[in-house]
Ligand binder design. Sequence first.
Ligand code: FES
Length: 107
Amino acid sequence: MPEVSYVYSDGTKKTIEVDEGTTLRDAAVDNGIDGIEGDCGGLAMCATCHVYVADAYKDKLPEPGRDEAEMLEATAAERKDSSRLSCQIEITEELDGIEVYIPETQY
Ligand code: FES
């Protein structure tokens, strides 16, 4: 199973194994990863699942769809080039080892 690491601003890292096809948001919520709220349930309607994707993996992801791109305008924390909605990223073997950084706030 692919491994995913969630990294907090203080450097703390939590690494979990994730079934392929699971989104980064669902994996975080299901495994008690604090800091990814995902209030809308993964529908790209809330932006509380915002993460920053590590540079090494940014280019492996598909471009954000229209809904994601619109919601990325509404993140509580600063939007960066690496900003994505974790509910829109499905884990694949190609993403094994991906690291995402959790913003300091989602509200
Ligand atoms: S869970 Fe609401 S936008 Fe991702």
